[in-house]
Design a protein around this ligand. Structure first.
Ligand SMILES: *Cc1c(COP(=O)(O)O)cnc(C)c1O
Length: 390
């Protein structure tokens, strides 16, 4: 199966058919699995016989999602979790212990910062933040105590692009692991594992589902590291629901097609905004003037569907724009077929302190758009009429 090309793997990898001979994958909505005898149950629980026991441990639908995602990310294995944050929790609690140090990008998802600071640091793990595109800072902070390095590329919402191979070298030189959050790129546009990273973290809630229906997350890595995640998952229980696994599995089948459509629409919107007199700055990797355009082109197969832009007049003008759009949904989610708009400083990044926001570049005039797959003419018309009201 691994000889097949990506478009084939997206719909065919790890297909598993029951005796009913269904062609679309079945959903195994069951908490536990029943056996023919006490002897069989004892053998399964004791680990002498393989097979399913309980859906917190394994579930056939969840396993199918894991195998197909691993094939697309080019990893040996994947572990699916209830959400992206459950994947982060699994990463941290499986790998870290008191005395360890984590070197983390400053420009990451708001809840990631909160989780590290409030729930990991209290167990005696030092969390140090760096500007992710300052490679000298990575080199200074990564030391022999560093167990984990962590960043997002491209970052949300400013579209910073971090050189995966470069940070990998710095991390590996000190024996640290590198985990990359590529929620914005998805496996359709970037495979950090092939660029040196040890682990990929995904929020499947976003583009993998792609239609804003279900929460899910995953960690993709080699078999040895995934074994550690499995151990934590079984005891701690942030498991993915079989129903969500089935929804997300179907999402994987059309992911590459959708990412092409999202990227084309985002490119057109970025170019429109870039030329608009009321827009101060556009953050999108597909613009040749963007600081990280060349690196994005080299590391990614496309620029994706998320962009942000800055308006003069701070929060007041940003909110006015948002309150005047008609087609877009005002929501903190991203990666939906529908176009979504949000004001990061008061929503997704609202829990950061003013200093954290300032350091992360989340200014009050910033608006984020997750560009959907509607007709681009309608998206542009919506933006045009909302900008006209400023
Ligand atoms: C949404 C998101 C997460 C968290 O995922 P959930 O599924 O919402 O828990 C992490 N990183 C990025 C970049 C995200 O956009």
């Amino acid at each position: 199966m691994s000889d097949y090309k990506e478009a084939t793997l997206a719909v065919q990898a790890a297909i598993r058919q029951t005796s009913e001979q269904e062609n679309s994958e079945a959903i195994f909505m069951t908490s536990s699995f029943a056996y023919g005898s006490a002897e069989e149950a004892a053998a399964k629980f004791g680990g002498d016989a393989g097979g399913n026991i309980y859906s917190r441990f394994t579930n056939p639908t969840v396993e199918l999602f894991e195998k197909r995602l691993a094939a697309l990310e080019k990893g040996e294995a994947a572990v699916a979790t209830a959400s992206g944050m459950a994947a982060l929790q699994t990463l941290a609690y499986s790998l870290l212990q008191a005395g360890d140090k984590v070197v983390c990008s400053r420009n990451i998802f708001g809840s990631t910062v909160k989780f590290f600071n409030a729930y990991v640091a209290k167990f005696g793990v030092d969390i140090v933040y760096v500007d992710a595109t300052d490679y000298d800072a990575w080199a200074i902070e990564i030391d022999s105590r560093t167990r984990l390095c962590y960043f997002e590329t491209p970052s949300n919402p400013l579209y910073e692009v971090v050189d995966v191979a470069r940070v990998t070298k710095l991390a590996h030189a000190k024996g640290a692991l590198l985990c990359v959050d590529t929620v914005l790129a998805t496996p359709a546009l970037q495979n950090p594992l092939t660029q040196g990273a040890d682990i990929v973290m995904q929020s499947a809630t976003k583009f993998i589902d792609g239609q804003g229906r279900a929460l899910g997350g995953a960690l993709i890595s080699n078999a040895e590291i995934c074994e550690k995640f499995v151990g934590f998952m079984r005891s701690a229980g942030p498991a993915m629901s079989p129903f969500n696994a089935w929804v997300l599995l179907n999402g994987l089948e059309t992911l590459a097609l959708r990412m092409k459509a999202h990227s084309a629409n985002a490119q057109a919107l970025a170019e429109y905004l870039d030329a608009h007199p009321k827009v101060k700055k556009v953050n999108y990797g597909g613009l040749p003037t963007h600081k990280y355009h060349e690196l994005a082109k080299q590391q990614q197969k496309g620029f994706g569907g998320v962009l942000s832009f800055e308006l003069d007049g701070g929060r007041e003008q940003a909110w006015r724009f948002i309150n005047n759009v008609k087609l877009m949904s005002i929501t903190g989610n991203l990666g939906d077929t529908k176009t979504l708009v949000t004001h990061p400083a008061s929503t997704t990044h609202g829990r950061l302190t003013d200093e954290e926001k300032h350091k992360a570049g989340i200014v009050e005039g910033l608006v984020r758009v997750s560009v959907g797959i509607e007709d681009i003419e309608d998206i542009l018309a919506d933006v045009e009429q909302a900008l006209a009201k400023l």
